[in-house]
Write a new protein. Structure first.
Lengths: 141, 268, 77
């Protein structure tokens, strides 16, 4: 039913799409490291040659009961439940920053376990619900 | 016996007659269907649709806005800011949907050379670009109070910027290239190359660490948005879809008139 | 001093700005589309008007759609 011209075009197009797929997959395999917006504490501790004073972005949860706010500094622990990193920061914090919530910290690595942050971003999770429901869920827990 | 035969014959005849009339009517339907695909009948349908949309649009808009701004509850964490989601998410969906539609239409156009598909994808492209920009801008406005920054170069946001670039280059390739066959080749190849970006946008939040949260609504069941927030989301999606349809019909009509104007000098 | 951003920028402003931008942009986009549509319709009608009368009649007889375009512009020739 299909004419030869149409068949040729289909073959040509599928070849093009196939090659683009292969090229892009290899490209993303190579670039994988650069595509990560942040590293987890475990990934930081796994890096062999951590350059100190280099700026990293570290993401994880703010550990419960770890926020210590003093006059012009706030200290807290970022955790991915395997490894932890202590963060100290002075500046404005986003209003969704809280214990037990996600956070992305950008700053210089002083040590494998200690970061002086320049910027804090709150990472929101995918849950959306009205406040009343949240209270009910707390009671259930 | 004879009478029976007579009845049988007449039955057969009547049945045959029925079949033939049904065949005829089927043929007519087919003819009519083809008629619907001609420009002149499409033109009439477009006129009616535009009128219909104009009559219902504001009602749906007001319903959607009341649900999104007044009736729906606050979020337990974000507070009022969650309402920005009701424009951000539908516009992002529409942006991706428009691109996929253009992708399939241009592939079909490339294989079977159906001029109408090219016109349709040409009219969809500006809508897609508009909604991509809208998604990026509203997302940025949402990001400031939630994340604490207007912009972050994470995978989701960067791939949205790349989507804008592909939309712009597609529209420019259509506008600037005068040669018809070259135009179709270049625009199709641009769209095909850019199509790899669509799954990347969709799954970037699952594949890599991103600042952007993973998607809350998945096709396979579980969603993590409360029902009272899904209703305004769906309503706003409906509003945007109707708006898209309106813009699309107007653009499509413009294209038809443009073609007819070109052909005007060819009637002799 | 740790400043809380929410005190400076109340959430409501962000929501209002986002919705206003959206509505304004949608309106502008609609108006631009409508403008180009009207421009093409008018151009089309004036093009037809410029034609010599005999030729115009042939065109109108041959093509139904041209009549329809003219109906939508409310212009009769």
């Amino acid at each position: 039913m299909l004419t030869k011209k149409v068949k040729n075009r289909i073959i040509f197009l599928s070849l093009v799409i196939f090659s683009i797929l292969i090229i892009s997959i290899t490209l993303f395999k190579i670039l994988e490291k650069n595509l990560l917006y942040f590293l987890t504490p475990t990934e930081i501790s796994n890096i062999q040659d951590t350059k100190l004073n280099k700026v990293y972005r570290i993401g994880g949860m703010v550990k419960k009961d770890s926020i210590k706010a003093s006059k012009d500094e706030i200290k807290f622990i970022v955790t991915d439940f395997k490894n932890e990193i202590l963060v100290s920061y002075s500046g404005s914090i986003p209003n969704l920053f809280a214990e037990g919530k996600g956070v992305v910290v950008e700053g210089e690595l002083k040590d494998k376990k200690y970061v002086i942050a320049k910027k804090i971003l709150a990472k929101h999770d995918e849950n959306y619900m009205p406040p009343e429901l949240k209270d009910i869920m707390k009671d259930v827990k | 016996m004879r009478i029976q035969l007579y009845f049988f014959n007449s039955l057969c005849n009547s049945q045959l007659g029925k079949i033939s009339t049904s065949l005829k009517s089927q043929f007519n339907v087919k003819k009519r269907m083809f008629k619907y695909f001609s420009f002149s009948s499409i033109f009439k349908i477009i006129e009616n649709l535009i009128k219909f949309i104009n009559s219902i649009f504001f009602i749906i808009l007001i319903i959607g806005l009341t649900f999104a701004l007044i009736i729906s509850p606050q979020d337990y964490l974000q507070g009022e800011t969650v309402r920005i989601m009701y424009i951000h998410v539908p516009s992002a969906w529409i942006a991706l949907g428009c691109y996929s539609a253009i992708f399939f239409l241009s592939i079909l156009n490339f294989i079977f050379k159906i001029k109408n598909f090219f016109i349709i994808s040409k009219s969809i492209a500006p809508i897609g670009l508009f909604f991509t920009c809208l998604a990026v801008v509203t997302g940025s406005i949402w990001g400031k109070p939630t994340w604490g920054t207007w912009w972050a170069w994470d995978a989701r946001l960067t791939s949205m910027i790349i989507l804008i670039i592909f939309y712009v280059s597609y529209i420019l390739s259509i506008k600037l290239i005068k040669n018809d066959s070259l135009k179709s080749k270049i625009s199709t190849s641009l769209i095909v190359i850019g199509a790899i970006n669509i799954p990347i946008i969709k799954f970037s939040v699952d594949w890599w660490n991103t600042l952007h949260q993973p998607s809350s609504i998945t096709i396979t069941g579980t969603n993590t948005i409360h029902t009272s927030m899904i209703i305004p989301l769906v309503l706003m999606l409906l509003v945007f879809l109707i708006y898209c349809a309106l813009i699309f019909l107007m653009k499509y009509k413009t294209e038809i008139i443009r073609i007819k104007k070109k052909n005007l000098t060819n009637y002799d | 001093m740790i400043k809380n951003l929410s005190l400076i920028n109340s959430e409501f402003t962000f929501v209002a700005v986002a919705f206003l931008i959206t509505i304004f942009a949608c309106f502008l986009f609609y108006r631009r589309t409508l403008k180009t549509l009207k421009k093409y319709e008018n151009d089309f009608a004036s093009e037809l008007k410029k034609m010599p009368k005999s030729k115009r009649e042939i065109v109108l007889r041959k093509s139904k759609i041209i009549n329809k375009i003219l109906v939508s512009t409310n212009k009769s020739i």
